[in-house]
Design a protein around this ligand. Sequence first.
Ligand SMILES: [Zn+2]
Length: 253
Amino acid sequence: MPLTIVTTSWDDGHHTDLRLADRLAAYALKGTFYVALNHPGNKDIEDDEIRALQRMGMEIGSHTLSHRLLTGRSAEEVRYELRESKARLENIGGVPVVAFSYPEGAFTPAACAALAETGYTLGRTTMAFRTPTKFDPARMPISIDFRRASRVGLARHALRDANIAGLADWVRLARLETDPVKLGKLLFDAALANGGIFHVNARSWEIDGNGLWQDLDALISHVAHRPGVHYATNSEALSLTQLEPQCGHAKAA
Ligand SMILES: [Zn+2]
């Protein structure tokens, strides 16, 4: 049987993350919550809430300290964001933090290089429509950003990231579907049939603000409780694939 993994990731660090984690736990799903401790636009998550997520089997990752884009900044500033956020989250949670997500999904070769220098094993992007089990861990893709978006908006985002493989899979596996529930089901079904990683990404505060809880339930109930499927955090998904970061040695997958 081909390897099929379901993983989820949730960006920013917000009070609503607990409600989201409850929904995941109800379906025996796991996730990685990427926290930006000094996020300017959101209510910060409390230290106790971070520890509560960990007790539920969820992983805590870093989303920088400030949530400022890493593009156009000096190597030293980038290293500071990565190193300092990791140290503070480890101090709160008491376990190593090895997963990182790039603010707005914007990564650069410098940010990619800083990952390994500061002790991370995984850098998650927002390159969507992807399900392969083989990928560069410094540029981990996702399958779906769970939000309502237009076809033009999705295409523009993919082009910004030069995500040509994703665009091809969006056509091939999902016929340019935009509805997040239908798109998610098509990509999961492809990963189940052929092997792959189905990776749902979003922000809990946005799910809440846009009234998407029922839609999210519709998707996660479809992917849950499947025999032989591994339900994993982002780092556990990486361990199952046994991939090494290619940063600096090869182009993005
Ligand atoms: Zn963010």
